[in-house]
Structures are given as structure tokens and as C-alpha cells.
Design a protein around this ligand. Structure first.
Ligand code: DAV
Length: 372
């Protein structure tokens, strides 16, 4: 039974799959391709069309992405889900702190990277790119509103990192490292970020009730994971790696829980055997995700083609899948999920797919222990 009603704001979400009632959907307004900076350069593949480009994204791409995001929001609303939208700040403004300078910011997308909802709390992540340091400001009007309307809402912010050059390994920044070297480094857990201070992006975290599964990679370091462990003392925090990924940022195109007992895993980035313990002991199935329908990402896109598996679960039997991702939709159908098709590919360049461009505010259900 749910005590949720659309008239009353309540913040609560313990996992990735219980019935979704209230969600934030990002906006493409004023999104920028930021200038070069260490962590971002390491993520952009050497042959990418984004190399050397920066500035405000072309207006027609912003308009098109906004059209798709509005359409997605309307689809969710038509299913009775409350949808809130952020207020974009001016991302053309440069950022100067005592420790760094960048000539522009990133955007008001994707909210999943910044906001981590755990129970009644929404935690603003540290972030690890300089251009995303102030990104939480896009969501502050919503956070203030939830604070005013829900007396149980906990609004938290992780300590802002300094992001000096000491946060980044200079080796990663030399030109033309090549994918082989990157894969070797990823396997050795040598990432672009150092252990100077805690760093994490919210999209490196998956919520499984009492357990949080966190990817250690470019955007989240071990100190960031330790910070989460100390911050959520009632949770068990598990560190995972996916060595097949040469650019490991964010877990949500790699490992996708669909319902209790079932997880999709990117077949190029399989969870290593020695990290499967809690899932295997508790009878969870980890299945290879279907192949993406595309051979390459759309223009000016940071993400890989595996946004195919960046799905948004509406309830344990219903999932939003991007409309062109026909193989992924077919697999969902075979797994017994009802598929809601959403046209979003032209918005991928703004930072990701259906999971990325949303952030949970309320899902039914309580904090359960799925791995007793
Ligand atoms: O496969 O490029 C994208 C994740 C975006 N949140 C990838 C990871």
C-alpha cells in the first residue's frame, strides 16, 4: 500500500525499481560543451568528434533535445507520475574558485549524475569535473521546495572538492594513449582521478535497499566510496569495477537492476567473478544486456552506444526503453517486462539516456534487505 498522493510532496526512494511516483526530468537549456579539463579529456575517446570543440551547444540541438525531454515528461505524467523540472542557471558563466578556473559550465542535464536519492534524503554529489562544480544550483529551487513541503526530507550536500591538479593523474592527459593502454589501466584500477580527496558522481551509485553498489572509476574514487560508507552508516556499501570499460564513468550503462533478483550487465563490461558474491548467494540473476541498435553514438555525445541499457524502470513489470533500441526492447519483452517506448536518442548528447536524464523523488516501498 502506498500513502503517496500527488498533492503532497514526499521524498522517498530506496531502490531502482519500486513503483515510481515522482521524478525530476532534466532540461537541455543552455547546455555547453565545456573547455578542456583533465577529467573530461580522459573520458572523451581519441577519435571523438568532440575533441577540440567547446562552447554553447547549437540551438537547434538544444531545441530538439528539449522537445524530446518535454515529450518524455508528458508520457510519464500521462501515467500518473508527478514530474518536476529544474531551473537552468547560466552555464556560459566561467567558474573561478581559489583552486581552479574554467571558462564555462556543463548544463542542466543529466540530473542523475548530481542527485542521489537514498530514502528520505537527496544528496548532492561532489562531482569530479570542474565544469560541473556548481551544477547542483540548477536543482536548488526544487530542493528548497521539497524542504518547505516535506518535513521528513533530508537535503544534504557532500563536501565540495577542491579539484586542484592534484586530483588528476597527469599520465592520463598525454595525447593518444590508445584504447589498449586505457583498458590495461582500467583493469589495474588506475583511473584519471587520484585519491587526493573524496570524489563521486551520483550516477556511479545503484540503490538496492540496504545495499548501495558503487562503481570505482574515473568519476568516483575510493575515498568517495568511503565517504558514502561513513555518510550512510545503516547501509552496506559495495565497491565494483567493470574492467572491460576503457572510460569508466557512471554505472548506469553497465549494470542495470530491473527488479529484485534480476540485473542486466553490459557484455563488454562484465562484473568480475570475485565481485559477484552477494548476488549469487542470494539467487540474483545477472544476464547479458542485448546489443545496442547503433554502431556509433550520435554527434557530439560523450556516452557510448550502451545508453541502450540506460533504461528507466517504472515498476518491477514496466520499463522505459529508448524507441530505436529494438534489441533491448525485445529482450525486455522476453524477460517479462512491459516496454514503454520513449524517443530520446537526439537528446543523448546532453549527457545520457532515460535513467541519466531523470532523478528519483518518490518510489513506493521501504528499505528492504535483498542480500541477507
Ligand atoms: O557507456 O558511455 C554513459 C553513462 C552516462 N551516465 C557510457 C556511460
Amino acid at each position: 500500500m502506498s500513502d503517496w498522493s500527488p498533492e503532497k510532496t514526499q521524498v522517498k526512494s530506496w531502490n531502482e525499481w519500486d513503483r515510481l511516483r515522482h521524478v525530476i526530468v532534466g532540461r537541455a537549456d543552455d547546455c555547453h560543451i565545456p573547455p578542456e579539463e583533465p577529467a573530461l579529456d580522459a573520458k572523451v575517446p581519441e577519435d571523438s568528434d568532440m575533441r577540440g570543440q567547446w562552447g554553447r551547444r547549437p540551438q537547434e540541438t538544444i531545441d530538439r533535445a528539449n522537445e524530446l525531454l518535454d515529450q518524455f515528461a508528458n508520457q510519464l505524467k500521462a501515467r500518473g507520475i508527478r514530474v518536476d523540472r529544474p531551473d537552468s542557471i547560466d552555464h556560459s558563466k566561467p567558474v573561478t574558485t581559489p583552486d581552479f578556473h574554467t571558462d564555462s559550465q556543463f548544463g542542466c542535464m543529466p540530473p542523475r549524475d548530481v542527485l542521489l536519492t537514498v530514502g528520505h534524503e537527496i544528496l548532492e554529489a561532489t562531482m569530479s569535473y570542474r565544469c560541473r562544480w556548481f551544477e547542483y544550483l540548477n536543482y536548488r529551487p526544487l530542493m528548497q521546495r521539497y524542504w518547505d513541503e516535506d518535513p521528513n526530507f533530508r537535503h544534504e550536500a557532500a563536501p565540495k572538492p577542491r579539484l586542484t591538479d592534484a586530483d588528476y593523474h597527469p599520465d592520463y592527459l598525454s595525447e593518444k594513449i590508445g584504447v589498449e593502454k586505457r583498458l590495461q589501466w582500467a583493469a589495474e584500477k588506475f583511473f584519471v582521478t587520484t585519491e587526493e580527496e573524496p570524489l563521486f558522481d551520483a550516477a556511479d551509485v545503484l540503490r538496492f535497499g540496504r545495499d548501495l553498489v558503487v562503481q570505482h572509476g574515473f568519476t568516483t574514487n575510493l575515498k568517495g566510496i568511503e565517504w558514502l560508507r561513513r555518510h550512510f552508516p545503516d547501509h552496506r556499501v559495495h565497491t565494483v569495477n567493470f574492467p572491460g570499460d576503457p572510460y569508466p564513468i557512471h554505472i548506469d550503462a553497465t549494470f542495470t537492476p530491473l527488479r529484485p533478483g534480476l540485473i542486466l550487465n553490459n557484455p563488454q563490461r562484465r562484473l568480475p567473478e570475485d565481485q559477484r558474491g552477494i548476488f549469487e548467494k542470494n539467487g540474483w540473476e545477472i544476464v547479458d544486456a542485448a546489443q545496442p541498435a547503433h554502431n556509433a553514438p550520435p554527434p557530439l555525445c560523450y556516452s557510448s552506444t550502451w545508453l541502450s541499457m540506460n533504461v528507466l524502470v517504472l515498476d518491477p513489470k514496466t520499463v522505459c526503453v529508448e524507441k530505436s533500441e529494438v534489441y533491448q526492447a525485445e529482450q525486455m519483452d522476453k524477460l517479462g517486462m512491459e516496454v514503454v517506448e520513449v524517443d530520446l536518442r537526439d537528446a543523448y548528447a546532453f549527457g545520457g539516456g532515460l535513467h541519466c536524464c531523470t532523478a528519483d523523488v518518490y518510489r513506493d516501498g521501504d528499505c528492504e534487505d535483498y542480500f541477507p
